[in-house]
Design a protein around this ligand. Sequence first.
Ligand SMILES: Nc1ncnc2c1ncn2[C@@H]1O[C@H](COP(=O)(O)OP(=O)(O)OP(=O)(O)O)[C@@H](O)[C@H]1O
Ligand SMILES: [Mg+2]
Length: 611
Amino acid sequence: MQFQEEQDYNKRFDMGLWVRLARYAKPFYKHLAIISIAMLACAGGDVIFPLLTREAIDTFVANGETSGLGMFILKYMTVLLLQVGCIFTFCKLSGHVEVGMCHRIREIGFKRLQELPFSFYDKTPVGYMIARMTSDAQRLGDTIGWGLIDLLWSAGYIVMVMIIMLTLNVQMSLMVMLVMPIIAVVAVYFQKRILKSYREVRKTNSKITGAFNEGIMGAKTTKTLVREEANYGEFTELTTSMKKSSIRAAVLSALFMPIVSSLGSLAAAYALWKGGYDVFSGALSFGTLTVFMNYTTQIFEPISSIARIFADLQSSQAAAERVITMIETEPEISDSPEVIEVFGDSFHPKKENWPGIKGDIVFDNVSFQYSGGEKVLKNFDLHIEAGQTIALVGETGSGKSTIVNLICRFYEPTEGRILIDGVNYKERSQLWLQSHLGYVLQQPHLFSGTIRENIRYGRLDATDEEVEQAARMVDAEEFILKFEKGYDTDVGEGGNRLSIGQKQLISFARALIADPAIFVLDEATSSVDTETEQKIQQAIQTALSGRTSFIIAHRLSTIRNADRILVIQHGEVTEQGTHKELIRKRGYYYNLYANQFKEERENALLGRKSI
Ligand SMILES: Nc1ncnc2c1ncn2[C@@H]1O[C@H](COP(=O)(O)OP(=O)(O)OP(=O)(O)O)[C@@H](O)[C@H]1O
Ligand SMILES: [Mg+2]
């Protein structure tokens, strides 16, 4: 699978893809059927009007007759009203299909994005996903709601007009039909080029959006690197190229309509010239000539419409392919049908069948690698008893986060098994495990909203009192109450109005409020000051007792009281034991500890804040 922004797309019409997409339009089949009927009726109306004009001319105008005029007006009005009704029906229903289809794709897409595992997010850029869910979904709604309908109207109109012309006068209709292929060729030529330049515009536009995104997200870094001028230069280049391709598209569109309509008028003039003689000679009625004139001036519209829709369908096909690929991505981690049968899926859990969880964890000969990466863990064995506090230390990149991510089943072992309470966790549902899990991520993320709402995300039915209690447990209340609005302070998008340390404390409280059986704290204390850290240390002891917990901390003082400390090097446990045992051993941990202790002492003496 390749994810790229707006790439050139030159594939031929792919029926299979449209059939796949049509499956998603299933709830709208009834609407589409009614729209098709209304559309054909509408085209019928457009074809009938010139015939009515003919009747009026030949019976009333030419003969100066007035009898039967009332009947004629009634007929005319009926067709008119029917057409108005049809237009209203298809406009209403097409709008409904457009919005409904777009809504459905977004809903299915969003649901799928929720189900996809970490590995999908590792390799898919955020901008790519957003573009699929916004502009592509919109485009497909538009194509299905309006494009196909237009196609039907145009095709219906052309076929009906041809039939009627042939029944009226074969010779003249053949002449008019000669012009049609010329119009079609010109229309296809122009539409292809117009579309290409619009594609160019869109491509540049998405680059501009990307540049905006980078410029805004990286504004602070830009300033620190003094890159303002260079960035501005790059941006100007993009906007200039956008201007050029937009103008090209506009010129082409401006040329297209007059050329095609002139062709139509030429055909009409030809018909007038030839037909004029026949009218004089009496071979053709004046009314019939008017019908031909009408049809010839109007038929260029459906022809160019068909050319436009086909050109348009090709680019919608690109959107359809990208959207379908994304919403049909099979999650690499999924529950087997048997598991779903018993325990339910993420959206319909069968909690009544869920077993309790103690938190005994076994790595049984586990090997693991990220997709496309090297092996991070090789034949890894580990047994963690329920209720223990385990600390993981080791250099950066040694595999600490990987180990806990495997426990949480955010990734699954490439080989071997992980047992929870003696059962391979693949035999239970993901939701079962993750509902009993509290995880403070290495990069904590908060959602827009207040502090209170963010803590409550951990357990939606928590009372205000419970939210505050959780905050107190991790000693976050002190800083929260310093804000003017306290718990009701807005944290900003992604929590960026708070410091990293504050975000970590809040996500700590958020994880604890769910009372998880397994708890993971990934370097949560690296960004808080020494004083807060000591408080957290105490909080950890009380909060984590009775849970199986994993603490990854760079500051070793945090983990001194852990039941077991594991030193991880290159994906292997090289030392393990309690703090005392490891100090006595005088190995890697001892050196690490001694260095850090020395540093902290120096810092304390110099009155500096420790790192
Ligand atoms: N999402 C990923 N995709 C590919 N490779 C990854 C991914 N995450 C980590 N790795 C690789 O796996 C190895 C172990 O990474 P891991 O994140 O487990 O280290 P860590 O011990 O948590 O490090 P740190 O202390 O810096 O957090 C590293 O070599 C890293 O490059
Ligand atoms: Mg890590």
